[in-house]
Design a binder for this molecule. Sequence first.
Ligand SMILES: Nc1nc2[nH]cc(C(=O)O)c2c(=O)[nH]1
Ligand code: SF4
Ligand SMILES: [Mg+2]
Length: 267
Amino acid sequence: MSADLLPVAIPTGQRPAPIAELFYSFQGEGVSLGRRALFVRFLGCNLTCGYAEVPTSHDTPAQGSTLCDTEYTWNSTKHDLSAGVWHLTPQEIWDELLQLDPTTADPSLAQVDLIVVTGGEPLLHKDAVLHLAHQARLTDRCVEIETNATIKPGPDLVAAGVAFNAGLKLASSAVPRKKRIKPDAIMEIEASGRARWKFVVSTLDDLVEIAELQAQFGLTEIWLSPEGTTPERVVEQMRMAAAPALEHGWNLTTREHVLIWGGQRAR
Ligand SMILES: Nc1nc2[nH]cc(C(=O)O)c2c(=O)[nH]1
Ligand code: SF4
Ligand SMILES: [Mg+2]
């Protein structure tokens, strides 16, 4: 075999990862609400919010009141996961993100200084996330990882200075507790000192469970996030959650992108 036919070894950190969406918007939830951000949405999730198990057909009924709002990243019974997906190396993801930052075309504009990494579950693609975290740091940008907090991020990612918008799932997701509550991952994320625990609330029972999890794991910073993919539903859930949030010492975010654009994708 001549040298130019030898298979090229791809360095572990540069394996392509499946990307569902790259977009430029406002961070719609949590501590950075309203800040302009560049978003990366990875394909794939290790949970099945709304269902107790992986659905077996497109009409498998949901069993939980908190349904995943991005089923197109993992539910192959309802969506063609290969449609519109890109397989990009971590460096290619970074290059595409920079193209979305308007300062690239017009340096007189302020740089977008926040990268939001989401999914699916982005920590299933740790090498890619770590590369983005390093590139972000080199360019003075912050990174927020929207994770379900079931996978340990590992020391490299913690040392890279990222923040975790850690969305622990509750019984209302229908996912069995032993799949959605992973004590080792929760403790590692809390110990990073950059965890914001974000709970999607759809019922008053959710609030009881949040208080129990807070006490069990010593969660320091809690955010309630209203369940809903319409502005009306988001406002209704915020009204339900507001008084209990103030009473328990919890923060309450809205979902700004839903208020502006409803349930549209890549917003
Ligand atoms: N604008 C906007 N903000 C977001 N914050 C977290 C998001 C997510 O889907 O994880 C999200 C999203 O999908 N859009
Ligand atoms: S963890 Fe997030 S992406 Fe995964 S199923 Fe639940 S809501 Fe959907
Ligand atoms: Mg979302």
